[in-house]
Ligand binder design. Structure first.
Ligand code: UDP
Length: 255
């Protein structure tokens, strides 16, 4: 049997954020594929997950305690399924199950790369993952395991953005990292407006006043209320996750 490669060697960087929560949307799992069941598109592109897990392996080597919340929009989005005639609550549960599918894919590839992980679900399914128990999650992190939180909040009508903030607050993460396909927040869509300006940092209030959609309103409100900084950055840039955690100016910080 092939042995898993050892985790990347520890990087001699001072950790500005020793414990963090990274939100990865379902779309990040899809790459450029399309054709999901009832979601925004894509299903799972294992090549994309492979690249993503390389980034995470490097972060594990830095000794960061990292929790991950995964979305499910590449497979099912509740709102879309309900627009096609499904009961909204059932549709949302399908969406939550989609996040579990993504979590298991991520876990499998991370473990093959030698990163110790645990999947914890907000909806019990003990044959395949641990139920979410806050103290146990913190213990896993302390032992150096990457914890993948699946199943969203476990409640319909919520999003995985809200789940990410909730878990970040519960595990006392110092920062919420929002992985996207763009470099951060701009004053306008940089693909459409050549005058769009990149914003390296902004306050919660600025984001609200200017209508910058950092994450959904519930999730954003929770961050603001609890003073949890959000860093929006491009996960496709090699080394970006490690640089963010080392405190380098990458992406946009909202605080
Ligand atoms: N969902 C939910 N409650 C939660 C989290 C997610 O009902 O706490 C459902 C909702 O239907 C959502 C789907 O799961 O559309 C997938 O999550 P989300 O759209 O947040 O994933 P992402 O956009 O990050 O891929």
């Amino acid at each position: 049997m092939a042995t898993a490669p050892a985790p990347a060697p520890a990087v001699a960087r001072k950790l500005v954020y020793p414990r963090a929560l990274l939100k990865i949307s379902g779309e990040a799992f899809a790459g450029s594929r399309s054709g999901a069941l009832v979601g925004g598109g894509g299903g799972i592109d294992f090549g994309v997950i492979d690249r993503l897990t390389e980034e995470l392996r490097a972060v594990a080597g830095m000794g960061v305690q990292l929790g991950l919340v995964v979305g499910g929009g590449n497979i099912v989005r509740g709102t879309m399924a309900s627009q096609q005639g499904m009961d909204r609550v059932s549709a949302d549960y399908m969406g939550m199950l989609a996040t579990v599918i993504n979590a298991l894919a991520l876990q499998d590839i991370l473990e093959k790369k030698g990163v110790d992980t645990r999947v914890m679900t907000a909806i019990r399914m003990e044959e395949l993952a641990e139920p979410y128990i806050r103290r146990r999650a913190v213990r896993h992190l302390e032992k150096g395991r990457m914890v993948i939180f699946a199943g969203g909040t476990g409640n319909p009508y919520f999003s995985t953005d809200t789940a990410a903030v909730l878990r970040a607050l519960e595990i006392e993460a110092r920062v919420l990292l929002k992985a996207t396909n763009v470099d951060g927040i701009y004053t306008a869509d940089p693909k459409r407006d050549p005058n769009a300006k990149f914003l390296p940092s902004l306050s919660f209030q600025d984001a609200i006043v200017n209508g910058y959609a950092v994450m959904d309103a519930n999730a954003f409100g929770l961050c603001k209320e609890n003073g949890l900084p959000i860093i929006v950055f491009n996960i496709n840039q090699a080394g970006a996750t490690a640089r963010v955690l080392a405190g380098e100016r990458v992406g946009t910080i909202v605080q």
